[in-house]
Ligand binder design. Structure first.
Ligand code: HEC
Ligand code: HEC
Length: 343
């Protein structure tokens, strides 16, 4: 009896020891939590997109993207600043393509390919430049809030090799996440990849969009569906206040009424269109291009090309086809992509 008991104790002790050492081994295999070993992030996008600009001093890493995503959803970024209590995701909501429907909030879609930001181009440059503006000015973020945080210093060290957190590191991590916010899986993309056929209505809409008939493609370049430039599309003929557009940034009268071409990807998820939200349906937008263009000195010449002096002259069916095509630019997998949602 005594012998049996002893053997049992011994067996139990050995089992515990094995368990202990195997656990330790597993832990030792992993890099220590504070090591600086960022994993390169392999970014992928379609061949019909332009090349993405990635800053040399901010290479994409798995850890950096993950940190940027955490910051995007964290109201700590605004603590004490003008947007106190808000995170980026308060106004840029994934299910609507990272915008707020019924508002003039610009969506976060494929911005890694962009170099002009905001309706009037308040910032031109890299994604890092834009994020510095957001962090320093729009949010007036307090880096000390992150420096004093239990987790953040370690997370920043894993990305940038140092625990020191300034506006720069906040902006750089956000910029990394933004580059991964890629929408390229709409019905139209699947059509381009020959995975499906568009309906006759969608196809006709694309034809109108992509030929002189509708002339949309000149500015809403197929691929990103924006040329990243500023145009006056004839919404007004007199320009006051907000409607002065890019002139407010450059001071140049030649920029009156010019705004950034917004992307049409996921545009059907919105119900506020143009820089001032003056239209609430896509039908109203099409009617503007069809019959509503107002003349002024800075009006884009495309709007009054020979043959277009009286608008596009699309009939009701053609207008419906154009809208069907715009609807084919909605990307369900983008607005539900778990790697872009709240961590
Ligand atoms: C209170 C609402 C609100 C919050 C919060 C907010 N934004 Fe915005 N964002 C806007 C609005 C409105 C615009 C369009 C402003 C304009 O162009 O004048 C915009 C535009 C942008 C643009 C330009 C997009 C383009 O197509 O040029 C970027 C980039 C951006 N926001 C990033 C951020 C980031 C990063 C955060 C978090 C740090 C953030 N935003 C938080 C309202 C918000
Ligand atoms: C000369 C360049 C140009 C052409 C041509 C053009 N657009 Fe636009 N589009 C713009 C600009 C610039 C804006 C933003 C204007 C503003 O807010 O003042 C815009 C805005 C839009 C919007 C609203 C997007 C939003 O998020 O608010 C839609 C929809 C749209 N265009 C569709 C079309 C269609 C369809 C055509 C062809 C019939 C077309 N565009 C032709 C430059 C152009």
């Amino acid at each position: 009896m005594q012998v049996l008991k002893q053997t049992l104790y011994m067996a139990a002790a050995i089992a515990v020891a094995i368990l202990f050492f195997s656990c330790r081994k597993k832990k030792a295999d992993k890099a220590p939590d504070d090591a600086y070993v960022p994993t390169p992030y392999n970014i992928q996008y379609p061949s019909y997109f332009p090349a993405m600009h990635i800053a040399e001093d901010n290479p994409l890493t798995v850890e950096g993207v993950e940190l940027g995503r955490k910051l995007y959803y964290d109201p700590l970024l605004s603590k004490g600043g003008p947007n106190d209590g808000k995170s980026c995701s308060s106004c840029h909501i994934q299910q609507y393509g990272f915008t707020l429907p019924n508002s003039i909030v610009l969506p976060h879609i494929n911005l890694g390919f962009n170099s002009n930001f905001s309706w009037k181009g308040a910032v031109s440059g890299t994604m890092e430049d834009m994020m510095k503006f957001e962090v320093e000015e729009f949010f007036a973020a307090t880096p000390a809030n992150f420096q004093q945080h239990a987790e953040y210093p370690t997370l920043f060290k894993r990305v940038f090799g140092s625990e020191t957190i300034t506006h720069k590191e906040l902006a750089y991590a956000l910029a990394q996440f933004f580059r991964t916010m890629i929408s390229s899986n709409s019905r139209f993309d699947k059509y381009l990849r020959k995975e499906l056929q568009l309906t006759p209505s969608e196809l006709n809409g694309f034809m109108i969009f992509n030929t002189e008939k509708g002339d949309c493609f000149h500015c809403h370049t197929v691929g990103l569906f924006t040329d990243n430039q500023f145009h006056n599309i004839g919404l007004d003929s007199v320009f006051t206040g907000e409607n002065q557009g890019r002139t407010e940034i450059t001071g140049m009268p030649t920029d009156l009424g010019k705004f950034k071409t917004s992307t049409l990807r996921n545009v059907a998820l919105r119900n506020s269109f143009m820089h001032d939200g003056r239209f609430t349906t896509l039908a109203q937008v099409i009617d503007h291009y069809n019959t509503g263009v107002k003349k002024s000195n800075t009006l884009d010449p495309i709007m009054t090309k020979p043959g277009k002096e009286f608008g596009l002259q699309l009939n009701a069916l053609e207008k419906a086809d154009l809208i069907a095509f715009l609807n084919a630019l909605t990307d369900e997998s983008f607005i539900t992509n778990p790697s872009l949602s709240k961590p």
